[in-house]
Design a protein around this ligand. Structure first.
Ligand SMILES: NC(=O)c1ccc[n+]([C@@H]2O[C@H](COP(=O)([O-])OP(=O)(O)OC[C@H]3O[C@@H](n4cnc5c(N)ncnc54)[C@H](O)[C@@H]3O)[C@@H](O)[C@H]2O)c1
Length: 354
């Protein structure tokens, strides 16, 4: 078992252990002494693990409600949220617990429900995708989407514990493993050239030592979010590739996944920042070599004008500038303030590869 202590200032532990899901009751009991709990999950996970989860919790006489949502980004919506509140009402009380069992969609949605229902009930995150195990379950960001933009309504709300079982990834379709690897590449690009080189050398294997990769990524996330809980500075580095990435998700109406979109975003922003001289020569070539190493697509046909339109609607303030995360070189990211009328230079998504 690997443990990571998070202090934001709320303190909680992340547990990384193959087979932790089989001991889920023990893990829950260490941080929650109550007997009533609501599990929020999606249909795919419920089909795969619902019976085992129910059996483990009911055996311990928990008063249990399992709320099952439709899989996919479209569930991060007000409609689903209201449905969750209705199912919670009359069942869950102030001191009770919500367990989020799923990927980033379930984690963000259940986290927001936990932070708002009765002004906040306890929360445990049990992430089941690689992306949620290395990123979204830690750091306290919760959200739902509005038709206008992604993650426009949300909160910062920390769990009592994050329980990560890498064995759950065995049932995750390859497409989503690739998504998570895209986020791992993001961490390597912004903070850790060693991790970049290890990924290039294919050091990590999903069947063998994936917990080492999860640990490496979460340590970077810990280092960043502990210094900037509310995302006013350093934490923005975690958005490398996301300005273009979020716009791409909307452009394709979420038919392109978050991880794929972030990879395409990392490629274009680096290609452009290298062209204008803000990024060391050969950086985008190294990035594309690593993406190709994992068969990650990074160059879909796109319209720059359309992407810029989505970026404007996604912008969460009205200033004439936008903060872009750029690489000085691999392992070293920084925030560059760019005037909106110069955005095209950094967002051009139509050029061929360098
Ligand atoms: N809060 C944050 O800090 C943060 C950070 C990054 C991303 N996000 C959010 O995360 C979301 C994307 O999350 P995601 O990539 O985990 O996608 P997801 O939650 O949509 O899961 C992807 C698919 O995999 C299925 N699945 C999940 N675990 C499985 C398993 N173990 N076995 C089989 N199938 C499984 C799900 O049912 C779903 O169909 C986006 O909404 C994004 O905005 C949040």
């Amino acid at each position: 078992m690997i443990k990571i202590d998070i202090s934001m200032p709320k303190k909680y532990e992340i547990i990384i252990e193959k087979g932790a899901f089989n001991n889920i009751v023990k893990e829950i009991k260490e941080v929650y002494k109550g007997f009533r709990l609501a599990v929020i999950t999606d249909e795919n996970l419920y089909g795969l693990y619902g019976e085992q989860l129910r059996f483990s919790l009911l055996k311990e006489s928990y008063d249990l409600k399992v709320i099952v949502i439709k899989p996919g980004e479209s569930s991060k919506s007000f409609e689903t949220l209201i449905n969750i509140y209705s199912q919670l009402s009359g069942f869950l009380r102030r001191n009770d617990l919500i367990a989020a069992f799923g990927g980033g969609v379930v984690g963000d949605l259940a986290g927001f429900a936990a932070s708002t229902y009765m002004r906040g009930v306890k929360l445990i995150q049990i992430p089941t995708t690689l992306l949620s195990q290395i990123d979204s379950s830690v750091g306290g960001k919760t959200a739902i989407n509005l038709p206008e933009a992604k993650n426009l309504v949300g909160s910062f709300y920390h769990p009592e514990r994050v329980i990560i079982d890498p064995l759950l990834l065995k049932s995750l379709p390859d497409k989503y493993i690739i998504d998570g690897l895209g986020e791992a590449i993001k961490y390597a690009c912004i903070k850790d050239e060693n991790l970049f080189n290890e990924l290039m050398a294919s050091k990590y294997n999903i069947n063998e030592n994936i917990e080492e990769l999860i640990y490496a990524c979460l340590n970077i996330k810990k280092e960043i979010v502990e210094k900037d809980e509310k995302d006013y500075g350093l934490r923005m580095l975690l958005n490398f590739g996301h300005t273009i990435g979020h716009a791409i998700e909307q452009y394709f109406n979420y038919a392109v996944s978050h991880g794929e979109a972030v990879c395409i975003g990392m490629y274009h922003i680096t290609k452009n920042s290298q062209r204008v001289g803000f990024t060391k020569t050969n950086t985008v070539e190294r990035l594309t070599a690593l993406l190709e190493n994992y068969n990650i697509k990074y160059n879909l046909p796109l319209s720059t004008a359309e992407i810029i339109k989505f970026i404007h609607s996604d912008k969460k303030n009205n200033s004439d500038f936008i903060n872009l995360v750029l690489l000085k070189e691999i392992g070293n990211a920084y925030i560059q303030k760019v005037p909106l009328d110069n955005l095209y230079n950094f967002i051009n998504v139509e050029q061929e590869r360098l």
